[in-house]
Each structure stands twice: as C-alpha cells, then as structure tokens.
Design a protein around this ligand. Structure first.
Ligand SMILES: Nc1nc2c(c(=O)[nH]1)N=C([C@H](O)[C@H](O)COP(=O)(O)OP(=O)(O)OP(=O)(O)O)CN2
Ligand SMILES: [Zn+2]
Length: 124
C-alpha cells in the first residue's frame, strides 16, 4: 500500500510583484501569510513502520522556512519573482536529495484562496 506523509508550515513574508492587473498595489511592498505543505510518498519501511520520519522532514523544512519567514522575498537568492509557483520550486529545491518519494509541494494563501501545487511525482 502506498502512503503519503505530509508536513505543513507557515511563514510571513513581504514581496512586490509585476502584474498586468492591480499593478500599483502589487508593485508596492506588501505582506502575506503563506502556508506550505510537503508530501512524501512511499511504502513504510518494515522495521520503523515509517515512510519517512516526520521529524527529519520537519528539521529540513525548518531550514527552508528560515530562508523565507520575515524576509523580503524579492531579495531571497534563487527565488525569482515571488509567486506561489516559485515558492513551490524554492521549497522543493531546499529538499533536494531528502527523499526519492518527495511527491508534492503546495503553497497557498488562506486569506484569498490562492494556491499552487508542484507535482514532482505522477499523481496517484
Ligand atoms: N499564478 C499566480 N498568480 C498570482 C500570484 C501568484 O503567486 N501566482 N500572486 C499574486 C499576488 O501575490 C497578489 O498579491 C495577490 O493579490 P490579490 O489576489 O489581489 O490578493 P490581495 O493581496 O488583495 O489579498 P490579501 O490577502 O488581502 O492581501 C497575484 N496573482
Ligand atoms: Zn502579494
């Protein structure tokens, strides 16, 4: 049987964005609370009973979170334009080599309902 183990975290950050609509407001520095969730897929290892120890995942995500939380995202190296899409990719890169079953990285904003999911493995 296939399982997905996931871990969720949030961060508060500021950004600007160049858009075709709502141009002025988006170009002004403004802040959001972002949520992110990472899922690792696999079959539990028989001895531990775990796909992956969620404590290990939490520790790696803590490092990634530190690079985003209370930062001006425009200045974060290797992020690019601070969109949900690029945040997904940034978090995925931060987990490089962590686990072959890294399946999805989702970033969303609860306040306005926007969300984006990066699929690193085929959907189940
Ligand atoms: N495909 C994407 N589209 C947009 C993204 C994105 O990351 N990917 N991001 C934005 C901006 O973050 C924009 O700030 C969102 O603006 P808006 O929907 O107007 O929401 P508010 O800032 O008004 O929401 P508050 O929660 O009130 O701050 C746009 N598009
Ligand atoms: Zn914004």
């Amino acid at each position: 049987m296939m399982y997905e183990v996931s871990q969720r975290f949030y961060f508060d950050a500021a950004h600007t964005l160049n858009r075709e609509i709502e141009t002025a407001g988006s170009r002004r520095i403004h802040g959001h609370t972002y949520w992110a969730e990472v899922a690792v897929r696999g079959i539990p290892e028989p001895v531990t009973g775990m796909v992956v120890d969620s404590g290990l995942l939490k520790a790696r995500l803590h490092e990634v979170r530190d690079r985003l939380d209370h930062h001006l995202l425009d200045e974060v190296p290797d992020l690019g334009p601070a969109t949900l899409e690029n945040l997904c990719a940034f978090i995925a890169r931060g987990l490089d080599g962590f686990h072959p079953g890294l399946a999805t990285v989702k970033v969303w904003r609860e306040a306005n309902g926007d969300s984006c999911t990066l699929h690193l493995l085929p959907k189940l």
